[in-house]
Design a protein around this ligand. Structure first.
Ligand code: MET
Ligand SMILES: [Zn+2]
Length: 337
């Protein structure tokens, strides 16, 4: 199926065509930094690494590119001016770090493309990789991700939360990311309708001139984490002409198929999915817990089914690794090695 029946904007259509019909998105960033030994048990999460170990952030982006990713997502998910200020940084320093997150991803792309041009990989006898188009997506995490109090996974911001408050929270970072050299904005792990609406209005009010994707998360396969129906959320994304893909991230693989079908009922925009490993994050203990024993093999065995259901962009979220991405790439492009 793939692109059949889908009318993406020319931006996404051209990109997908250049990738061979489907695109591979990277895998978990913060959890991969943790796997490399970083202690990110902090309100800033992956953004902490922008300060303490930017070379590692670049290395992980590069690992994902080598694994076959066509899209890498910047380490700005939890990088907010308000969060950096709370750590004692000035507004100027915070803004520089947010911009830097995209620059680091662009540097990784540059290194990768240079290596491809030089045939570096053949020389080192690494798995052969084709030169492929690469986009840098600037990550925007939710207000709940900034709060780092679990509301990222409940979508519950309290009765007094308003659209205007959310817009003001996100406005400045979005302006910075839109002018950072990123190809598009990745609004990730959106937990409720209100925040999706805030993003739509901000894209318009701020005349953001790069495209965006909207990606929601779910724990029941029908609603996003707040309980708002995925269909209503996808409708909001569909209403915005700058949105070039709509989908799901940081959600267990077993729920993805049904969610793709729901999203496709209300939009013809390309569907993006990048599930987590199937483990569950416990906000209190701040640990990932095994749930139904989903393994990497299970994850990858779903990919063909997700493609048949109409998804066009495939990657991984928390606790997935470059190995997951390599396997997705093999399934999609039928690579023998
Ligand atoms: C909680 S979802 C996190 C998404 C982010 N792009 C990351 O991988 O770190
Ligand atoms: Zn995640």
């Amino acid at each position: 199926m793939g692109l059949e029946g889908v009318e993406p904007s020319s931006f996404m259509a051209d990109f997908l065509a250049g990738c061979g019909g489907y695109a591979v998105v990277d895998g978990g960033l913060a959890t991969e930094l943790e796997r490399h030994g970083q202690d990110l048990n902090d309100h800033l999460w992956s953004a902490k690494c922008l300060i303490s170990f930017p070379q590692l952030v670049r290395r992980v982006h590069l690992d994902y590119l080598e694994a076959g990713a066509n899209v890498i997502i910047s380490a700005s998910y939890q990088a907010t001016i308000q969060g950096f200020e709370a750590k004692g940084l000035s507004v100027e320093e915070a803004e520089t770090l947010i911009k830097r997150s995209v620059e680091i991803a662009c540097e990784a792309r540059e290194i990768y493309l240079q290596r491809c041009a030089k045939g570096y990989w053949d020389f080192f006898d690494s798995p052969k990789i084709d030169r492929h188009p690469v986009l840098v997506a600037a990550s925007v995490g939710s207000y709940g991700a900034y709060l780092a109090d679990g509301s990222e996974y409940s979508g519950n911001y309290g009765a007094s939360m308003t659209l205007e408050t959310l817009k003001e929270f996100h406005r400045r970072r979005l302006q910075i990311l839109a002018n950072s050299g990123a190809d598009l904005i990745a609004f990730e792990t959106i937990p409720n309708k209100l925040e999706a609406q805030a993003y739509v209005e901000l894209l318009k009010e701020e005349n953001i001139d790069i495209p965006a994707w909207f990606s929601f998360s779910s724990t029941d396969g029908t609603n996003v984490v707040s309980g708002d129906p995925i269909i209503e959320c996808a409708n909001i994304a569909d209403s915005c002409s700058q949105v070039v893909a709509v989908g799901i991230n940081c959600t267990p693989p077993r729920l993805i198929h049904g969610l793709i079908l729901s999203i496709r009922k209300v939009t013809n925009k390309p569907v993006i999915i990048y599930p987590n490993s199937g483990e569950t994050y416990n906000g209190e203990t701040k640990q990932w817990e095994k749930t139904r024993g989903e393994t990497e093999e299970d994850f990858v065995s779903y990919v063909g089914k997700w493609r048949d259901a109409g998804a066009c962009l495939f990657g991984g979220c928390c606790r997935t690794t470059p190995n997951t991405i390599r396997a997705i790439s093999r399934v999609l492009f039928d690579k023998s090695s």
